[in-house]
Ligand binder design. Structure first.
Ligand SMILES: *Cc1c(COP(=O)(O)O)cnc(C)c1O
Length: 388
């Protein structure tokens, strides 16, 4: 038999992190002591009270059956409670849908709202799923560069009118992966105006909303702004907040028709999130948030160690306000990929080339703060020995 992949699969660039993982494995096989600052996957484990809640939930026969599509009422009430507490936003349960990790909903929203040939506004560099979802729906991504001179915000005024009029969906992501930028109030206000005028759905990805470094400058929710619920939804995830990447749980919330559209797609693909996981998520969202505070403190120390260390070596890097990434300019005279290769080959350090997440990322590399302070110090020591 000769098998042919679907043409859409052929259009996908190799999933970036898989490529990096392959290179890393090759180095490990050669016996290198790798410091992995590549993939954005927390190294810390899920807090004990959440694990315990899961252990109890999994033993209940009621949880062994098909879950309810949009998520249990208990889960959606917990999301509503958390939102009110964190953002002072009121959400009804029909404005919330549980997801098998936010990636699942981010990848499926297109199937609900994008017809072949429709335009999707996608920031670049960015999380790859915004674009792969477009490809699977036969849409066309129009890329919005995230440039330092614009504080890594998309320049909505630079989008041609005919593109804006044909667009069905716009993705935004703050705190941002990979640039670590946060979005100010003014941006959201402008975005909502733009979306309303052009009849575009806003899909705000808030996976890093809880990974911030200044209590007085907590990241905002898109839904905090006037008319936001008329034009869009926000995606959230328990993955980064509670070190639960492997559990696969998140949610989408906001405009109830958009939420219903995503739920309808999901009804036809999967049957929702394992109820035991939803129960553990309820525990995560409604109990004391001390564990998140602890994680923030740990990331902060790592961030400070890495940024201070790189600066001492003369690197041009700014201190991120949020996310667990450091988005650094690279030494002059190299491409991002060359720097990443050099770091891997000469220092056994894995990180992500900026342009791997979109061409405007060229000139930068992304470090994920997912190793201990000791390992970051070791990384700095190794980088200091590289000749550029
Ligand atoms: C990690 C991440 C997500 C979400 O992950 P899930 O585990 O699928 O919830 C979403 N968006 C961005 C930008 C991310 O980095």
């Amino acid at each position: 038999m000769k098998f042919h992949y679907n043409d859409k699969l052929k259009k996908l660039s190799p999933y970036l992190f898989i490529e990096i993982d392959k290179k890393k494995k090759e180095a490990v096989e050669k016996g290198a002591d790798i410091i992995s600052l590549g993939v954005g996957d927390p190294d810390m484990s899920t807090p004990e009270h959440i694990v315990k809640s899961m252990q109890e939930a999994v033993a209940k026969p009621i949880n062994h059956q098909y879950p309810f599509g949009a998520g249990s009422l208990l889960f959606r009430n917990a999301v509503s409670y958390w939102y009110k507490k964190r953002f002072n936003i009121n959400l009804n349960t029909d404005e919330i849908c549980a997801l098998i990790g936010s990636k699942e909903g981010i990848g499926h929203i297109h199937l609900g709202f994008v017809n072949p040939g429709d335009i999707v506004l996608v920031p670049e560099p960015s999380y790859p799923v915004y674009n792969t979802g477009t490809i699977f729906a036969d849409g066309i991504s129009y890329f919005m560069p995230l440039l330092e001179k614009n504080n890594f915000l998309p320049d909505l005024d630079a989008i041609p009118t005919e593109i804006a009029q044909k667009a069905k969906l716009i993705f935004i992501n703050y705190p941002n992966n990979p640039t670590a930028a946060v979005a100010p109030k003014e941006f959201y206000i402008k975005l909502i105006e733009f979306a309303k005028k052009n009849n575009i759905i806003v899909a705000a990805d808030a996976a890093y909303s809880e990974i911030y470094y200044d209590e007085k400058e907590k990241p905002l929710s898109f839904l905090e702004f006037k008319n936001a619920k008329e034009v869009g939804v926000e995606f959230h995830s328990l993955s980064k907040t509670y070190n639960m990447t492997g559990w696969r749980i998140g949610w989408v919330c906001g405009n109830k028709e958009i939420v219903a559209g995503i739920a309808k797609v999901k009804d036809n693909y999967d049957s929702g999130v394992f109820q035991a996981i939803q129960e553990a998520a309820v525990t995560a969202l409604t109990s004391n948030q001390k564990c998140v505070e602890t994680a923030r403190k740990i990331y902060k120390e790592r961030r400070d160690t890495l940024v201070r260390g790189l600066k001492k070596l003369g690197w041009d890097v700014t201190l991120p306000k949020a996310s667990f990434y450091v988005w650094s300019k690279i030494p002059n005279g190299y491409t991002s990929l060359e720097v990443v290769s050099k770091l891997l080959e000469e220092a056994s350090i894995v990180c992500t080339p900026g342009d791997g997440m979109g061409k405007s990322g060229e000139g930068y590399i992304r470090f994920a703060l997912t190793v201990t302070v000791e390992r970051i110090k070791e990384a700095i020591k190794r980088i200091s020995k590289i000749k550029w």
